[in-house]
Design a protein around this ligand. Structure first.
Ligand SMILES: [Zn+2]
Length: 295
C-alpha cells in the first residue's frame, strides 16, 4: 500500500476501520470455504460404510483418527446396526450426527448412545415430540453427551477428515426432510455428499448458497432414499458424482427408489448402488481415488 493511501486509511474513524477489517476477513474466509485449490494429501485411507438397515439410513465413516456415524436406522433395525458396528470393532464415535428426527434415521440413536462411547452428538434445530425422539434425548442426557446444533457453513475435523455442514440452510422449512443436516465429507481430494432426506427446496438453497464454491463429489448418498422429491437435475449437475448410493429397503411401501430417479442417475452417467439389492456397501478413499471395497 502506498504511503498516502495508508495515511488516508489511518484517518478513518475506528468503527469504519474495524468494519473494513471484518469485511476483508469474511471475504477471505468465504473464498476459502470449499475452494482449496490443492487438496491436502492424506497418508492413510478412510472408509465410507453405507449400512443396510432396511428402509432407513446409517452411514459410518472410519478414519485412523476416529469414527463418525451419520444416522442410525429404524427402531426395528437396532440389532442389525449394533451387530454391524461390533463386527467392525467400533467402540467410540467422535461425532454421531442425526440428520433429522424421522424414525428411519434416529430409531437406533438411543441404542448407539447407550452402547457406544459417543463424544459428540450433532442435531438440526428441528425438535419433535415422538417417542423415538424423546428416547434419543433421554439417552443423550443420561450419558451426558455433548450436543451441538448444526449450522450451515460449520466445519468439523477429525484428524484429516473434514465434515462441511452445508444444510439446513434455513430453519423455517415446512417439510421436516428439508431440515436434514447435509454433509460434504472430504478426505484429501475426495468427497462424499451425504444428503440425509433433503428434498428439492433444501437442495436449491444449498446450491444458491454454495453453488459458486466447488461442491462436486465422488459419491452422493441420494436424498430421501431415491425419492423423486429429491435429487433434482440442477443438484446432480452441480455435484456431478461418479457414484450414487441409494439406501432403501427391499419392496418398501414408498416405491423407493422412484424409477425417474434411477433413470436420471443413468442419464447423468452416475453409477447407482442400492442397499436393497446389494446389502451394506463399503467404499475406500486413499485421498485421490474412491473404490468399492469387496470382501
Ligand atoms: Zn428417511
Amino acid at each position: 500500500m502506498r504511503r498516502s493511501s495508508a495515511k488516508k486509511l489511518a484517518k478513518l474513524p475506528v468503527p469504519v476501520l474495524l468494519a473494513i477489517i471484518v469485511i476483508a476477513i469474511i471475504a477471505v474466509a468465504a473464498q476459502r470455504f470449499l475452494t482449496s485449490e490443492t487438496p491436502p494429501s492424506v497418508v492413510d485411507s478412510a472408509e465410507f460404510h453405507f449400512i443396510d438397515v432396511g428402509q432407513g439410513d446409517a452411514v459410518l465413516i472410519r478414519t485412523p483418527s476416529g469414527d463418525v456415524l451419520i444416522d442410525a436406522g429404524k427402531n426395528s433395525s437396532e440389532e442389525a446396526l449394533d451387530a454391524y458396528l461390533k463386527a467392525q470393532g467400533v467402540k467410540a464415535i467422535e461425532y454421531a450426527i442425526f440428520t433429522h428426527p424421522h424414525e428411519d434415521h434416529i430409531g437406533g440413536a438411543d441404542m448407539v448412545i447407550n452402547n457406544y462411547d459417543i463424544k459428540n452428538v450433532i442435531l438440526p434445530n428441528c425438535p419433535s415430540t415422538t417417542k423415538t425422539y424423546t428416547n434419543m434425548l433421554s439417552a443423550i442426557s443420561k450419558k451426558n453427551v455433548t450436543t451441538k446444533e448444526a449450522h450451515s457453513g460449520d466445519k468439523y475435523r477429525i484428524g484429516e477428515l473434514v465434515l462441511n455442514i452445508l444444510g439446513p440452510v434455513r430453519n423455517d422449512y415446512e417439510e421436516v426432510n428439508d431440515h436434514s443436516i447435509v454433509i460434504l465429507a472430504e478426505w484429501g481430494g475426495t468427497r462424499v455428499m451425504l444428503a440425509g432426506d433433503a428434498e428439492l427446496e433444501a437442495e436449491n438453497d444449498i446450491l444458491e448458497k454454495f453453488g459458486n464454491s466447488n461442491i462436486n463429489c465422488n459419491i452422493l448418498k441420494l436424498g430421501h432414499h431415491g425419492s423423486s422429491s429429491s435429487s433434482g437435475e440442477k443438484w446432480l449437475k452441480a455435484l456431478d458424482p461418479d457414484i450414487g448410493i441409494i439406501c432403501c429397503g427391499k419392496d418398501n411401501e414408498y416405491g423407493h427408489p422412484h424409477s425417474e430417479i434411477v433413470e436420471r442417475l443413468s442419464k447423468h452417467g452416475i453409477k447407482s448402488y442400492r442397499t436393497d439389492e446389494l446389502g451394506s456397501l463399503v467404499f475406500v478413499s486413499d485421498g485421490s481415488t474412491v473404490s468399492q471395497k469387496k470382501d
